[in-house]
Unconditional design. Structure first.
Ligand code: HEC
Ligand code: HEC
Ligand code: HEC
Ligand code: HEC
Length: 368
């Protein structure tokens, strides 16, 4: 059974009882101390030998995505390390988890935004009819330049939530509904607003945190009356939701029928969003039956199902996820690569989604 727990000041991922707390700030430091910084950039600093690991991708970014991009480029990376005679540190699962949190936090928006679309949305969703950019339109509503934060999607939703009673009463006066928002619309609006105000220069990164009390907080705020199990999605999302999608969902709760509107302070909102995000995000969305085919097609089966050169992977069923794959790859990959060379097996590469399926299969413990 996989279970997510949340520790003080960090996100934690529990697999088979082993707890992996996660903290983006610790990951920032590991990026330096483990030597990644010699070749990769992150949050503006580092080498240019290889890709910037904080750059925005055109798709959501999950631990399984990290595992598959790293896997695909691993032989190239080990060669670069050997050629330069560089020293790199170890990646145990804890280090891999912290690095993931750090890379995720660097991505700022997990889907790229479009300022032109955001400008349109800001008017279309009637925001512009109350909020000017730098001067007031409605005297009760602050212009955007006075907003306390445009730092990241979570903090904007959070400050809107704090101010929602005033916003609601202005809307009611005009007989208007609270405007609903998708993750993409929220991102586009933020990119537009950041580009049009001094917030442009604010740092584009945020810390991922949730406290030990997040589950309790969810009970205290009445969330558990509808969300019995944080891992079970009530929305019709099929895959894991990004942090921005979770933030947009919080925005939409304000117009939900039957929803009380508990006061949620900014720090509390960050914890709640982190808690619900982690609970569903680290489960992955792979399908074991498809993963079984990947395991055969990539020839893992010849070495890892018993009798081959490698360990039986299903012996650790229940502990596999993108994070433990990254750690396993980093620690055992070079030996695995030379074994493959000996057996004339080309280094296997993964397409989007295949790693997720493979992980689901490795966890399904066939024959156990
Ligand atoms: C000696 C240089 C070097 C060091 C040190 C190094 N890498 Fe790499 N890395 C590479 C090269 C080369 C590639 C493949 C080409 C690329 O991604 O630009 C790569 C690729 C990757 C990728 C896939 C990137 C992508 O977007 O496709 C990840 C993830 C990665 N490295 C993580 C790490 C981590 C984490 C560390 C530190 C523990 C690290 N690397 C240390 C050279 C290095
Ligand atoms: C009917 C008028 C009205 C509309 C329409 C409206 N707001 Fe507001 N909004 C307010 C009022 C009033 C406040 C509370 C006073 C303040 O802080 O500006 C507020 C507060 C906010 C805050 C908190 C600002 C802070 O100080 O940090 C955010 C963020 C926000 N609104 C975003 C939006 C967005 C995005 C839209 C469009 C989807 C929108 N609002 C539509 C009236 C409105
Ligand atoms: C009145 C019932 C209700 C309450 C109370 C409620 N929610 Fe929800 N929540 C829903 C529904 C329904 C959805 C699905 C909405 C959709 O499909 O867009 C949802 C969706 C979500 C999602 C997106 C992931 C998912 O499960 O689909 C998150 C995260 C979330 N809620 C968090 C919270 C938090 C945090 C609180 C407490 C502050 C809360 N909810 C309170 C009904 C509720
Ligand atoms: C030619 C044989 C061979 C093939 C093919 C192979 N591996 Fe391996 N693998 C190994 C060996 C040998 C090790 C152990 C290396 C060591 O002891 O450091 C290993 C180690 C691993 C580990 C680390 C195990 C741990 O407990 O942390 C993982 C994960 C892994 N392989 C996954 C795969 C996957 C997924 C595939 C298919 C895409 C694959 N391997 C294909 C030989 C192979």
């Amino acid at each position: 059974m996989k279970r997510i727990t949340v520790l003080f000041g960090m996100l934690a991922l529990t697999a088979s009882g082993a707890t992996l707390p996660m903290d983006s700030e610790r990951g920032d430091k590991l990026f330096q101390s483990q030597g990644c910084v010699q070749c990769h950039k992150l949050k503006g600093t580092g080498g240019i030998v290889a890709n910037d690991l904080g750059r925005v991708l055109d798709r959501a970014y999950s631990p399984a995505d990290l595992a598959s991009t790293m896997w695909n480029h691993a032989p190239q990376m080990w060669k670069a390390i050997r050629d330069r005679g560089l020293k790199v540190g170890d990646l145990d699962p804890q280090n891999a988890a912290d690095l993931f949190a750090s890379f995720y936090s660097a991505r700022y928006f997990d889907v790229p935004g479009d300022a032109a679309r955001g400008k349109y949305q800001f008017a279309d969703k009637t925001c512009a009819s109350c909020h000017g950019l730098s001067s007031p339109v409605n005297e009760k509503a602050q212009p955007v330049s006075k907003w306390t934060t445009l730092g990241d999607p979570v903090s904007v939703v959070s400050s809107m939530w704090v101010h929602s009673p005033e916003m609601q009463s202005e809307l009611q006066r005009r007989n208007k509904q609270f405007p609903a928002m998708t993750a993409q619309e929220l991102t586009d609006i933020l990119v537009y607003l950041r580009n049009s105000t001094p917030a442009k220069n604010a740092p584009a990164s945020f810390r991922i945190t949730a406290s030990e009390g997040a589950a309790q907080l969810a009970a205290q705020k009445g969330c558990v009356s509808c969300h019995k199990d944080p891992k079970v999605l009530l929305s019709k999302n099929t895959g894991p939701m990004t942090l921005t999608a979770v933030a947009a969902s919080m925005w939409n709760h304000l117009s939900m029928k039957g929803m009380q509107h508990p006061a949620i302070a900014p720090g509390e909102m960050r914890e709640l969003v982190g808690y619900y995000w982690a609970a569903q995000f680290f489960q992955g969305s792979g399908v074991a039956a498809r993963g079984k085919k990947v395991f055969a097609a990539k020839r893992c089966v010849g070495c890892h199902a018993g009798g081959g050169a490698g360990p039986v992977l299903s012996a650790k069923a229940g502990t596999w996820n993108g994070i433990t794959m990254v750690s396993g790859l980093w620690r055992h990959g070079p030996t695995m690569l030379s074994q493959m060379e000996k057996e004339h097996i080309p280094w296997p590469v993964f397409k989007v989604g295949e790693m997720d399926d493979l992980i689901a299969f490795m966890n399904s413990a066939p024959g156990k």
